[in-house]
Design a protein around this ligand. Structure first.
Ligand code: GUN
Length: 298
């Protein structure tokens, strides 16, 4: 069994990006610029936004943070987005989710210019991705594809089972895995809360991607000998062994499943670190206008 080391793969991606930024600067270019918007003071969201800013600094990007109060109106947020959409020096915009209840998340996602939507949440990017056009792909599915590619895992013709159908992970990764691309070309089955015979289906998977948000749902009986297992879940479990009082666990029972898997992602240190690496890749692409060479959506 091999551990897919997301931390090390994400560090490798970061050094490749740093090298490219250094070249851009050498050629008198402007460093890629990511703008983050945070509404309110949710501690988890604050940490995410800070981690994204730290990662930007590490690779030589410019980052800026816009903090709105939880009481600010939807219009205030739309105005901030509009300002950043029009700022020629900003390449990528992320609005940290979730948003306070009085703000319509769908409306906000659609307010970000697709050309700057490095989260890949805008329906134009989601739609383009689905039909195989160049698009920003959101952080987690893109990170999973990078893990498979960089671990040189063959996906062509394999049975891939995705457990979970969310808009940000299960659905997009199922589309990417079925596309005529490498990685891709898998025969994909999407399972969800209404799936019957989950065990029968999952135990037929050569590649099992679990993004259902249920702590340790997947046990060894649900996994085929030699399968590649990608665990997207992250949950806190109370633990007396840890100083913090909790340990992080995934959607997969790591101890027993790792004995059957050929490759497996750990939690933490698997898919998690890849999400920021994906965001950096997207921001670099945005600064190079790689996805949308013209200003209109082609
Ligand atoms: N909240 C949880 N995940 C994400 C993400 O990938 N992007 C943004 N903007 N917010 C999130």
């Amino acid at each position: 069994m091999k551990i897919i080391d997301g931390k090390s793969i994400s560090n490798q991606i970061k050094s490749e990006i740093s090298a490219e930024v250094a070249k851009i600067i050498d050629n008198n270019g402007r460093a890629p610029h990511l703008a983050s918007i945070l509404v309110g003071e949710d501690p988890a969201s604050q940490t995410y936004v800070e981690n994204k800013a730290k990662a930007c600094k590490k690779v030589g990007f410019v980052s800026s943070k816009y903090n709105l109060s939880a009481k600010d109106s939807e219009n205030d947020l739309l105005e901030t987005i509009e300002f950043l959409n029009n700022d020629q020096n900003v390449d990528g915009i992320i609005v940290q989710l979730p948003l306070p209840e009085h703000i319509d998340e769908k409306k906000i996602i659609q307010a970000v210019k697709p050309e700057k939507d490095v989260d890949g949440f805008h329906p134009i990017n989601a739609g383009r991705m689905a039909i195989g056009l160049p698009a920003y792909i959101s952080a987690t599915p893109f990170g999973i594809m990078q893990l498979l590619q960089r671990s040189e895992i063959e996906t062509k013709g394999k049975n891939c089972v995705v457990i979970g159908r969310s808009n940000i992970v299960g659905r997009p990764v199922s589309i990417l895995m079925s596309q005529n691309a490498d990685p891709g070309n898998a025969t994909v089955t999407v399972c969800h809360s209404k799936t019957k015979n989950l065990q029968e289906i999952s135990s037929n998977a050569d590649i099992l991607i679990v993004a259902i948000g249920k702590p340790e749902l997947v046990n060894a009986d649900m996994v085929k000998q030699g399968a590649v297992v990608i665990d997207v879940g992250i949950h806190r479990k109370p633990s007396t062994e840890k100083k913090s009082g909790f340990k992080l666990i995934g959607d997969v029972k790591f101890d027993e499943v790792s004995k059957k898997a050929s490759y497996i992602t750990p939690v933490p240190g698997g898919v998690g670190p890849m999400t920021i690496a994906s965001l950096l890749i997207n921001t670099l692409k945005a600064s190079k206008k790689e996805i949308y060479p013209q200003t209109e959506h082609n």
